[in-house]
Design a protein around this ligand. Structure first.
Ligand code: MN
Length: 235
């Protein structure tokens, strides 16, 4: 088979502790909306809605290696770029209609991620019933740290998730506060789409989302998954 021009490179994420430097190839990025009660409430909802999903393009990832600081360009068209700190699940085995009880067998690994959001464009879209793509799926909108293999992760309800901006705490919660757990998310998601190896799932953000500016340093961490550091730079 040939293409009329060379196809785009497959986006890849670094794997923690992989000496050979092999990358996890990214296919799709699914995101869960309002998956922590306090965040749903801060966005004007009750926190008891069924899970819903939106997507980012696979090449929206901005992979950041351990011990390095990523550089995210402040996006165009927005004056309100918000951080959303999230646990990211990487799918290693595909399937459809996956039962929650079987779901963890489909997980390749986990990472710290940021669902960066053009909040002003999202608010406008909500008001007039337009899609969220422009608010959520822009270039570099998904900074992500190295993936940790599922077998080497010990995530639980008490696992802490936190984000500082310029050294000041902005978001802090625990994974036990997820409304829909990782297995439940996979069950719901795989009813709507056939999951495949390479898919990433951003599982939702706790309360405390807020704006960032050029010059800010974001420092995100989840216990056991290291940290993700990103500087916001001028475009
Ligand atoms: Mn989010």
């Amino acid at each position: 088979m040939s293409f009329v021009f060379p196809p785009a490179a497959t986006p890849g994420i670094l794997v923690h502790g992989d000496a050979a430097g092999a990358l996890f190839p990214v296919r799709r990025i699914y995101c869960v909306g309002r998956n922590y009660v306090e965040h749903a409430i801060e966005m004007g909802h009750s926190g008891r809605e069924a899970p819903f999903f939106f997507m980012k393009p696979g090449d929206a990832v901005l992979p950041v290696a351990s011990g390095t600081i990523g550089r995210m360009h402040y996006p165009t068209l927005s004056r309100s770029l918000h951080h959303e700190l999230e646990l990211v699940v990487a799918i290693g085995k595909g399937g459809r209609d996956i039962a929650a009880a079987d779901a963890l067998g489909h997980v390749w690994g986990y990472a710290v991620g940021l669902d960066m959001t053009r909040r002003d464009l999202q608010n406008e879209a909500k008001k007039i019933g337009r899609p969220w793509c422009i608010a959520k799926g822009f270039d570099e909108s998904a900074p992500i740290g190295p993936l940790y293999r599922a077998a080497e992760c010990a995530l639980g309800p008490a696992t802490r998730i936190a984000l500082d901006v310029n050294g000041k705490p902005r978001q802090a919660s625990t994974l036990g506060k997820l409304i829909w757990s990782v297995p439940e998310i996979i069950e719901h998601l795989s009813k709507a789409w056939a999951l495949a190896p390479g898919d990433l799932i951003f599982t939702g953000t706790p309360e405390g989302v807020a704006a960032v500016a050029v010059g800010d340093r974001l420092s995100a961490r989840i216990e056991g998954l290291g940290s993700l550091e990103v500087d916001i730079v001028a475009s």
